[in-house]
Write a new protein. Sequence first.
Length: 290
Amino acid sequence: MSYLSREERLQKNNDTSLLEQGSRSIIVFLLNYRRRNESRHGYGRVATYAGFPDYHIFFPRIIDEFMVDNGMFVRDYRSYVDTGPVLERNIASSSNLGWIGKNSMLISPSVGSFTFIGSAVTDLPVDSSLFPTPDSCGNCTRCIDSCPTGAISMNRTVDSNLCISYHTIENRGIIPRNVTDRMGEMIFGCDICNDVCPWNRDKMESTLHEVSESSFFNRMKLEEIAFIDKESFDRTYRGSAIKRATFGGFARNAIIALHNAGEESLLKEVTKQFTDVRMDQAISLLSGHV
Ligand code: SF4
Ligand code: SF4
């Protein structure tokens, strides 16, 4: 959910001045990362995209290759993936690439919502006669009904205070009990509002080499993650989006998963060995407080 805070910030600042001088067009790219989630019981569940190498690293290269292969290298351009002044999701939805669903994800009619979104800001005079994609959520409320914490409202907003994805990735403190109780084995992100969406049914799997070749699923058991140190975390998850959670946050998430599995003795051990956020989380879980 990191894009939400970024979008809120950009909308607030209306920061279009960050776009390069002379920019005339924004090309938006959707990259299909749909593939079976290989998270295994006892190792914690990570969101599908985080099982693969960090897209912030390989996606810009794909955009650059596209621009070169299509002769656009003679033009000035800059590529962005989640980092720049471009609200790719909004531009994509106004350019017939998909609509923004009730779960706040961009949904492409052809590939669904398991997509990374990137962009190239260019001085190319791209002729565009594109139009917004019609909203095709209709009467469906599956994502709203299935969200374990009730984070999604009918008005298409996701409350980050209730969202498991937000808490497991961005929250640096203690995760509140009304969320931890619903996390099960989730230790990085949450795919539920994507998984249940009918527009993700029967869509083709990703053929990306980066997605198919290496995997960050099941690298360590929950017990190991709970006691992990920074060096092991950096070594094990180098090149993975999981690093965004920081080693303390990731360990905290594993502690919650262990608590949900009834492993209270491990939580007591954590409170003796550490003085960081995992200790605070373990104490709060053991005491039954928020
Ligand atoms: S289903 Fe998961 S990711 Fe989606 S809004 Fe709810 S908690 Fe967040
Ligand atoms: S699950 Fe239904 S309501 Fe939610 S985004 Fe998909 S189509 Fe829209």
